[in-house]
Design a protein around this ligand. Structure first.
Ligand code: NAD
Length: 284
């Protein structure tokens, strides 16, 4: 079993650099996938209220039989557009959503709770953040962070609140490496967590430049890409429901990308996102 290194977040909590993501895994399949992942050696699981698989995820954790304190569990607050997240009512809504997630997951605490999207057009994420600060103070989550925040929203939080987000989970892969945002995070003690770290398994995994590097190291392209995330000092949460790939994605230690490999990987960047632009994204 490979040993995944950890990253110490700005409040001292340690997160594994590699976790298991469960977006698009149906609730009834999530327990088997999560159980397989934990049995394979993953110790960090990333879900979200909107994935509608928190129940299956919690079940998989129970079935795997690993003590809860050995796991790092993340879920995310869905900022439903039908709800007013401002003022005291917004705060109450956040606390209710948190309780609902915990109940589905079958746990009494989280390791990390994230605001899923900033939805800056509504101007309420700072109020939501203050509710997360309360949850952190209560000990019901060991760390709080954000997802899909840009420099503008992070700057606003840094200026107006007392807790610096432990991390920002954003779209990040060799096509869209987020160099500027990563530098901003580093400057402010915010860890970078990559979603769609494998580019959702699309064209990225058949990039000739990456295939060459994979052949050189006797690894797969997915392993090279995940290794790149780790060597960048980031956190990656690849998703798969296929046991062989779940294992493959964990086995990314024991080799090192050199400067030439890293330069080659940098050359495939297109600057194009797969997912939506977080400054305008406003799903309900
Ligand atoms: P990913 O980059 O992890 O790609 C997953 C897909 O790649 C799989 O469905 C499979 O088709 C393929 N794949 C996986 N391993 C492979 C391998 N070894 N070889 C070949 N193909 C392989 O994409 P993702 O699921 O979008 O992102 C990972 C996780 O990030 C999600 O499950 C979720 O937890 C999180 N996420 C968060 C947000 C957010 O807004 N915060 C958005 C998207 C995803």
């Amino acid at each position: 079993m490979s040993t995944i290194p950890g990253i110490t977040l700005n409040n001292g909590v340690v997160i594994p650099q590699l976790g298991f993501g469960v977006w698009q895994v149906p609730d009834q399949e999530a327990s088997a996938a999560v159980r397989t992942a934990i049995e394979t050696g993953y110790r960090s699981i990333d879900t979200a209220a909107i994935y509608e698989n928190e129940t299956g995820t919690g079940l998989g954790i129970k079935q795997a039989g690993v003590p809860r304190e050995e796991l790092f569990l993340t879920t995310k607050l869905w900022n439903s557009g039908t709800r007013d997240w401002s003022g005291p009512a917004g705060r109450e809504a956040v606390l209710r959503e948190f309780d609902a997630s915990l109940a589905k997951l079958g746990t009494d605490y989280l390791d990390l709770y994230l605001i899923h999207w900033p939805r800056p057009m509504h101007g309420s994420y700072a109020n939501v953040w203050s509710a997360l600060e309360e949850l952190l103070a209560s000990g019901r989550t060991k760390a709080i962070g954000v997802s899909n925040f840009g420099q503008a929203e992070l700057t606003h939080l840094l200026e107006t609140s007392s807790v610096v987000p432990a991390l920002n989970q954003v779209e990040l892969h060799p096509y869209f490496p987020q160099n500027e945002l990563r530098a901003f995070h580093a400057e402010h003690g915010i860890a970078t967590e990559a979603w769609s770290p494998l580019g959702q398994g699309g064209d990225l995994l058949s990039e000739p430049a990456l295939a060459k590097i994979a052949a050189k190291h006797g690894r797969t392209v997915a392993q090279v890409v995940l290794r790149w995330h780790l060597q960048n000092g980031g956190i990656a949460i690849p998703k798969s429901v296929t046991p062989s790939r779940i294992r493959e994605n964990l086995e990314v230690t024991g080799f090192e990308l050199d400067a030439a490999d890293l330069a080659e990987i940098a050359s495939v960047a297109t600057g194009k996102r797969i997912g939506p632009d977080p400054t305008t994204f406003d799903w309900n």
